[in-house]
Write a protein that binds this ligand. Structure first.
Ligand SMILES: CCCCCCCCCCCCC[C@H](O)CC(=O)SCCNC(=O)CCNC(=O)[C@H](O)C(C)(C)COP(=O)(O)OP(=O)(O)OC[C@H]1O[C@@H](n2cnc3c(N)ncnc32)[C@H](O)[C@@H]1OP(=O)(O)O
Length: 258
């Protein structure tokens, strides 16, 4: 499908989704969000896709929701249409792993989008922030909830109340991102990580993703029990037999998602 605001390429079992509104630093408007939801649904249903990477340009992953589109909205329009209330579900429904490859600005909705992905690899020029306070609003799609869980109350409160940006080094120190790489290495690193994941058993990849996500939704004991049951279930798969046999025979496993 041809998109107006995205470039989607599928290679080596990885779907690379590049936000493509350079004139507005990939500001997230309704068209882009609708296309992104469609691209994610398509990738999740495509057997050739085993991992997804979402990225932007070298200057901006996404500079937030589109201010031009929002500026004239009223409360009744926002509340009545549940504005921005439906698209996030498409990320939550995506069972395949999603890596955010962030260079440049990831602000407001851009930071929130990156945090919705399974993990973030960023370039050394990345700048994260929730500067909605500068516009007289607050984060509206999970920024106060995820940032607080990911980096702690004090830093999250500092960022939401001052609107300051966090550079790549601080983002790594605070646990917001998994790794920082030189800008020129961002896409090679992100694609290498995606291809590594794509080579695993999709059953164990999806199980591991569900378990890590559950850590934010339940108590420790419940989470450990959830994990244990999924761990046990792995022994019903052919991939577990293949994975352990390959190790003992000192060869690479050939997983078949069975
Ligand atoms: C399918 C799954 C989807 C899952 C959902 C996840 C996404 C959901 C998105 C909705 C989120 C809603 C809730 C959210 O919390 C609310 C927000 O995000 S509010 C916006 C927050 N962002 C900002 O406040 C940043 C605004 N931008 C800036 O501060 C600066 O542009 C910059 C980033 C510091 C860069 O400054 P400069 O280098 O000087 O560049 P310019 O300012 O000149 O910008 C160039 C050009 O881009 C336009 N632009 C930049 N940011 C935006 C924007 N957010 N909206 C619209 N347009 C933007 C800017 O106007 C310039 O355009 P020009 O004037 O040249 O036409």
């Amino acid at each position: 499908m041809a998109y107006q605001t995205l470039i989607v390429e599928i290679e080596d079992n990885v779907a690379l989704i590049r936000l493509n509104r350079p004139e507005a630093l990939n500001a997230l408007n309704s068209v882009l969000l609708g296309e992104l939801a469609d691209a994610l649904k398509s990738a999740d249903g495509n057997d050739k896709v085993r991992c997804v990477v979402i990225t932007g340009s070298e200057k901006a992953f996404a500079a937030g929701a589109d201010i031009k589109e929002m500026s004239s909205k009223t409360y009744v329009e926002m509340f009545g249409t549940n504005f921005f209330g439906t698209e996030p579900d498409s990320i939550g429904r995506t069972r395949k792993p999603i890596i955010a490859a962030v260079a440049g600005y990831a602000l407001g909705g851009g930071c929130e989008l990156a945090m919705m992905c399974d993990f973030i690899i960023c370039a050394d020029n990345a700048k994260f922030g929730q500067p909605e306070i500068n516009l007289g609003i607050i984060a509206g799609i999970g920024g106060t909830q995820r940032l607080t869980r990911f980096v702690g109350k004090s830093k999250a409160m500092d960022m939401h109340l001052t609107g300051r940006f966090m550079d790549a080094a601080e983002a790594e120190r605070s646990g917001l991102v998994s790794r920082v790489v030189p800008l020129a290495q961002l896409m090679p690193e992100a694609m290498a990580a995606a291809q590594k994941i794509a080579a695993k058993s999709q059953i164990s990849v999806m199980a591991a993703k569900e378990c890590v996500d559950r850590a934010y939704e339940t108590t420790l004991n419940e989470g450990v029990l959830f994990e244990r049951r999924l761990f046990h279930s792995m022994f019903a798969t052919e991939d577990q037999k293949e994975g352990m046999a390959a190790f003992l025979e000192k060869r690479e496993p050939q997983f078949r998602d069975k």
